[in-house]
Structure formats: structure tokens, C-alpha cells
Design a protein around this ligand. Structure first.
Ligand code: GDP
Ligand code: GDP
Length: 442
């Protein structure tokens, strides 16, 4: 149905983020200023021998500290268990088995999901003396690797790919629109999933350790297939209250990475919070479609212009995302939910739209006639040629005489012109500017 998810768990400093970066192969930073997120990146797509999967570094949500409390480690393992199809349990091959390792292993052994035990920092061919102690963890044969020297990683990747649940990759989800429902706890995400799916599909339990098998819910409406990527639930499961906020962030990041369209749900009574803005920023940075959903609209006292005023206020606070439509809903009353699905479909289509080079160039030529391009010391910006070089999200390449002459305000103007004609509703669009003679690809 979708790409498998592989989660990395382990104590701080065993090398999780190094291992993650080697497997992903490139570093692209998306989450710098998210609360509690200490890494460049905690979710990324990876590929091995034609198999694609998502890799999550669950350690990325913890502050870099040696004194991580065992409860946090356990919560991290639970999270991995819930979200992932395969778990990579990383330990420090030189340090031997610690009690925290044993604790985590106990949780990992409980479930039926495949766990791959990896001893990192084995930098030379000779295995450390205590290597065989790792068998005590009861997780099968350990792999010895050196993330820094890139030794043994291929064997681990082979094992990861081997362990994928059968059938997961084979089914294509190309024709489904993947919707992530994101937002703070308590804004109504689970209620919304239930309302969409029409039954109590999101099993919420107060019993610690209860997990759902899947966080993806497929359903169909008027012939269109959707997959809901749900981020609700963890709050009730985690016993460690401090982790709630951080876990809701990692779940949101993972969901955003995998979706086509993010429904950013906010509470109509509470309004937009700082965390909402950060989550919106992540969806924007990731190039995903976005719809702001003001839920619990039934609780708001309405006058003639309440809706319009609320929309204006939100657009004002989310200026970087002015392309995102603002919708209103009441999940518990089942009101105004169908328009959300219609809008999600529209946004997904707009994000996949491609404009022909001919039309694009005449649009840009017209725009330059209407508003003169900027100049500096007598030198004027020239745009020779424009082409859309990407979709999902739309990406446009401009061939110019001098990139420095392209001011932000002018590129904003060009974006607005493109949007006036073609919409691209709900989707970020981005531009690259190249000077003559630069390579054509990215
Ligand atoms: P994390 O906290 O588990 O994500 O660990 P990091 O990836 O931040 O690594 C912690 C430290 O271990 C860093 O100084 C890394 O350079 C080092 N490290 C990671 N992998 C290896 C390895 O394979 N060999 C050695 N010698 N050091 C490593
Ligand atoms: P989540 O944590 O975001 O998944 O939120 P829930 O779906 O669990 O909802 C949190 C609380 O808000 C529950 O008590 C819901 O009944 C209530 N709730 C959710 N949506 C609405 C709504 O549209 N209107 C009202 N009045 N309450 C709602």
C-alpha cells in the first residue's frame, strides 16, 4: 500500500544520526527550528537496490544528553513499534550491553515486528571481545557495522529490505491521495478521521502499550481513493507527559513527509498557536499541499463576518502560506467535512499540474511588460527563458542574465502572476534562477 517505514532506536550517542545520514546518503535540512528537534533531519526517504522506504531517526527528538531517562527510551521504542514496519536497534559495539539496551530489547521482543540488531562503531574487521554478549538481548544475530567508515552497512540494508512485510511494496498507491491530518493534541484529529471513514477506525485506548497495527487508513469517496495518515493517538498511550509534545512533533514530521496534502487542523476557539505555525512551516518546507482547517467551528459564536474575519486573521499569521485555503469544520457534528475532501483532491491535482513551456513564457513576457524588471546601476534583469521542471511541488527554472538582479519582491510578483492564471491552490511553488552557461539540471 505504501512505502515501508524503518525506525532507528537506541541510546544517545551510539551513532543513530550518523547511521541515518549514511543510509539516506545526503543531508537536507528541513526541521532546524522545530521544538525539541535536535537533528537536521529525522525522516527521509532512502533507497536500496530499487526498494524505497522511509527512515526515521527516533533519537532525533531527544535532546543530546547522556542522561536520557529510561522511561524516554521506552517511549521511543514504543513509538518505533507503532509506526515502523522494521526496527533497527542500534547499540554501541564497543561499550557492550548496558541496562538501558536490555530494557529496550525487552520491549522490542514483545511485538512481532522484525527487529535488526546492529552493533555500531565496530571500526575494524576484528570484533570486540564483548560482541557475543549481544546475543543476550534475544534479538538474533547482531550485525557489526562502522557508520563512520561505512563498513557493513550493505548487509544491514539487505536485511532491512528482506524484512519488509510481504505485499507492502507491491501494491501501488499511485491513484490514492495521501492526506496527513496534523495539529496539536485535542484539536479534533481523531474525530475527523472517524468522521471521514464513517466508523470507529481509530482505536484509542487507555491501556498502556496498546497499539494500532497501522497508522494509515485507506477509504474511498465518490470513486476517489484516499489514504489518511493519522497522527493522533500517541498522547493517550505515552505515560511520559514530557514526551507528548515531542512525539506529536515527530509524528507530524513523519506524516508530512509521506503525504500529498496536509490538513493543518486548528482549534476554532484557541486559534493559531506557535506550534501550529511551526507545523505549517514544515509542510511548506517539505513542498506539500496544505489546507488550514478551523475545527470545532460549532463552538464559535458567529456574526455576519466571523468566518471572513477568521480567515483573514489566519492568512495574516501564516503569510508564507497564503496559498493555503482556510476551511471550517465540525468533526463531532459531522459538518462541512465533505468539502474538505473535495478541496484535498483539488489541491493534490493543482500540486501535480504542469504548464507548457510556451504558455509559461508568454505569461512571463506579459508580466515583464506590465511591470518592469528590477535594475541595478543601469543593468536590468533579463529573463531569457522559463520552464516548469518539476511537479509535486511545482518547480520553475528561470534563465536570467544575472541572478542578483532578481529581487524577492519581483519573484513574488511573478509567482502571483502565475497563480492568478493557473492557481496552484494549496501548493507551494518554487523558483530556481540560473545564469547562462549553468548546468540545466539541479
Ligand atoms: P546518536 O546520538 O545515537 O544519534 O549518535 P551520533 O550519530 O550523534 O554519534 C555520536 C558519536 O559517535 C559521534 O561523535 C559520531 O561521530 C560517533 N560515531 C558514530 N558512528 C560511529 C562509528 O561507526 N565509529 C566511531 N568510531 N564513531 C562513530
Ligand atoms: P485529537 O487529539 O486532535 O485527535 O482530538 P480528538 O479527536 O480526540 O478530540 C478532542 C476533543 O475535542 C474530544 O473531546 C472531541 O469530542 C472534541 N471535538 C473534536 N472535534 C470537535 C468539534 O468539531 N466540535 C466540538 N465541539 N468538539 C470537538
Amino acid at each position: 500500500m505504501s512505502k515501508p517505514i524503518v525506525a532507528i532506536v537506541g541510546r544517545p550517542n551510539v551513532g543513530k544520526s550518523t547511521f541515518f545520514n549514511k543510509l539516506v546518503g545526503r543531508r537536507v535540512s528541513i526541521v532546524e527550528d522545530s521544538p525539541g528537534v535536535t537533528r537536521d533531519r529525522i525522516v527521509a526517504e532512502a533507497e536500496w537496490c530499487g526498494h524505497y522506504f522511509f527512515l526515521i531517526d527516533t533519537g532525533g527528538i531527544e535532546p543530546d544528553s547522556e542522561e536520557i531517562i529510561p522511561a524516554q527510551m521506552r517511549a521511543q521504542a514504543e513509538l518505533a513499534m507503532e509506526m515502523a514496519d522494521v526496527i533497527v536497534f542500534l547499540v554501541d559495539g564497543r561499550a557492550g550491553v548496558t541496562s538501558a539496551d536490555a530494557d529496550v530489547a525487552e520491549i522490542l521482543r514483545r511485538k512481532r515486528k522484525p527487529v535488526i540488531l546492529v552493533a555500531n562503531k565496530v571500526d575494524s574487521p576484528k570484533l570486540p571481545d564483548n560482541f557475543y554478549d549481544l546475543y543476550e538481548l534475544g534479538l538474533g544475530d547482531p550485525f557489526a557495522v562502522s557508520s563512520v567508515n561505512q563498513l557493513g552497512l550493505g548487509d544491514v540494508l539487505d536485511e532491512i529490505v528482506e524484512s519488509f512485510p510481504k505485499g507492502l511494496e507491491a501494491e501501488s498507491d499511485e491513484d490514492s491521495i495521501k492526506i496527513a491530518i496534523i495539529g496539536k493534541p485535542n484539536v479534533g484529529k481523531s474525530s475527523m478521521v472517524n468522521a471521514f471513514v464513517g466508523e470507529e477506525r481509530v482505536i484509542v485506548s487507555d491501556i498502556a502499550g496498546t497499539t494500532r497495527d497501522s497508522i494509515d487508513t485507506p477509504f474511498e469517496k465518490d470513486g476517489q481513493k484516499f489514504i489518511l495518515i493519522d497522527t493522533a493517538g500517541i498522547r493517550r498511550r505515552s505515560r511520559v507527559t514530557d514526551d507528548i509534545e515531542r512525539f506529536s512533533v515527530i509524528r507530524a514530521i513523519a506524516a508530512i513527509e509521506r503525504c500529498d496534502v496536509a490538513l493543518l487542523v486548528i482549534d476554532a476557539v484557541e486559534g493559531l498557536s506557535e506550534q501550529d505555525k511551526k507545523i505549517a512551516g514544515m509542510a511548506h518546507e517539505a513542498g506539500k499541499g496544505a489546507i488550514v482547517v478551523v475545527n470545532k467551528w460549532d463552538l464559535v459564536e458567529k456574526e455576519t463576518n466571523t468566518m471572513r474575519d477568521t480567515e483573514r486573521r489566519i492568512k495574516g499569521e501564516l503569510q508564507f502560506m497564503s496559498y493555503a485555503p482556510v476551511m471550517f469544520s465540525s468533526a463531532v457534528k459531522g459538518q462541512r467535512l465533505l468539502p474538505l475532501l473535495d478541496m484535498a483532491k483539488t489541491v493534490a491535482e493543482q500540486r501535480a499540474m504542469r504548464i507548457s513551456t510556451g504558455r509559461l513564457n508568454s505569461l512571463i513576457q506579459d508580466a515583464m511588460m506590465m511591470k518592469n524588471p528590477p535594475s541595478d546601476k543601469g543593468r536590468k534583469l533579463k529573463i531569457y527563458y522559463v520552464a516548469q521542471i518539476g511537479v509535486k511541488p511545482p518547480l520553475f527554472s528561470f534563465q536570467v542574465n544575472d541572478r542578483k538582479l532578481m529581487h524577492f519582491s519581483y519573484s513574488r510578483y511573478l509567482e502571483n502572476r502565475i497563480r492568478e492564471v493557473y492557481g496552484f491552490m494549496g501548493s507551494p511553488i518554487s523558483f530556481v534562477f540560473r545564469e547562462k552557461g549553468e548546468r540545466g539540471d539541479l
